[in-house]
Design a protein around this ligand. Structure first.
Ligand SMILES: [Zn+2]
Length: 340
């Protein structure tokens, strides 16, 4: 089959489109003909080099496609069925997995991180990862959902415990997590404030339901949040930008507010004034992916049309280098998808 592998860490030039042998599904696995694989910032981190990544390596977390072959022990699926893949790897038999907390499993990793991913024509995955998709979603849309929507759902619903009517600040409206978080917060009838670097992106965010937009290049985020919330601040901040916005995110919280973060795109080192942390009774939460239960829960809303994936642009898998360059320029609103 055709696949994109990296044989060394580095820039987009290390992405190599090449022929490798077809994977064989184990008896408990399903072989999927990949039709679409969406990119995430994780792809860039892994390409540049993360611990635990063995070379050569296949990137790509979010896949959608058709079932090509079904292992002997697997029931309930048909060859040719349209499916997406849960972008997670877990042992399935430890206490955490059995309790439904797969993202706390010691073996937990994201597809395409410490295990090979979906930048290829065929991938063998455990049956537990296979989820049928409705005809209303095309493959590019389906591949744009799992990682960012389960991440945003776990942050807002699983960890921050969002309640109807709260004020929520979502950083980075144009990112996959931002697009998912805006819609999930609106599903809970929240007042949503979001940020982006230009007016076009802010208009698109408002079309998704955001009530207020802040241009983070022209305006000071916490000042605008104070104005919008009549000095109160927000109940929840959805962070993933990191160093560039951290101080503003903390300042935007109301007393006893919750900041939940899942990323550090602009840098990982930030500081916190402990006097603010305790005196303002803030909650700072770290989030990583989500559970399989949460994935199924959020997919229910996507399949029903209440939450919508946003595809920005597609590239042939053979042009993966251009896709990475495009992703790193951050000009997109929504997901970048490659098609094998
Ligand atoms: Zn486990």
């Amino acid at each position: 089959m055709k696949a994109v592998r990296i044989h060394q860490f580095g820039g987009p030039e290390v992405l190599t489109y090449e022929d490798i042998s077809d994977p064989r599904p184990r008896k408990d696995q399903v072989l999927v003909q990949v039709k679409a694989c969406s990119l995430n910032h994780l792809d860039v981190w892994v390409r540049k080099g993360l611990p635990g990544v063995k070379l050569p390596h296949i990137l790509g977390s979010d896949i959608a496609g058709e079932i090509a072959e079904i292992g002997e022990y697997v029931t309930g699926f048909n060859v040719g069925q349209r499916v997406l893949g849960a972008p997670v790897h877990f042992c399935g038999h430890c206490l955490k997995c059995l309790a439904g907390l797969q993202n706390q499993c010691q073996e937990f990793t994201v597809l395409g991180n410490a295990v090979d991913g979906g930048n290829c024509e065929l991938i063998a995955v455990p049956a537990a990862n296979i989820i049928p998709i409705p005809d209303s979603l095309d493959f590019n849309q389906a591949a744009s959902v799992p990682l960012v929507f389960v991440t945003a759902w776990h942050m807002l619903v699983g960890l921050a415990g969002v309640r109807p009517g709260q004020a929520v600040l979502v950083l980075g409206a144009s990112s996959g997590v931002g697009i998912a978080a805006i819609q999930i917060a609106k599903l809970f009838h929240c007042r949503v404030i979001t940020t982006a670097g230009d007016e076009t992106k802010l208009e698109k965010a408002k079309a998704l339901g955001a009530d207020h937009g802040i241009n983070h290049y022209k305006q000071k985020i916490s000042d605008e949040v104070r104005k919008i919330t009549n000095k109160a601040g927000v109940d929840i901040v959805v962070e993933h930008v990191g160093a560039a916005t951290w101080d503003e995110s903390v300042r935007s919280l109301k007393t006893a507010g919750t900041l939940v973060t899942c990323g550090a795109t602009t840098g990982a080192n930030v500081s916190i004034d402990l006097r603010h942390l305790f005196a303002r009774q803030l909650r700072l939460l770290g989030s990583y992916m989500g559970t399989m239960g949460e994935l199924h829960e959020v997919l229910g809303h996507v399949f029903a049309g209440r939450l919508k994936p946003v595809v920005d642009r597609t590239f042939p898998l053979s042009e993966i280098r251009a896709a990475h360059e495009y992703l790193e320029k951050s000009q997109m609103f929504g997901k970048v998808v490659v098609n094998p």
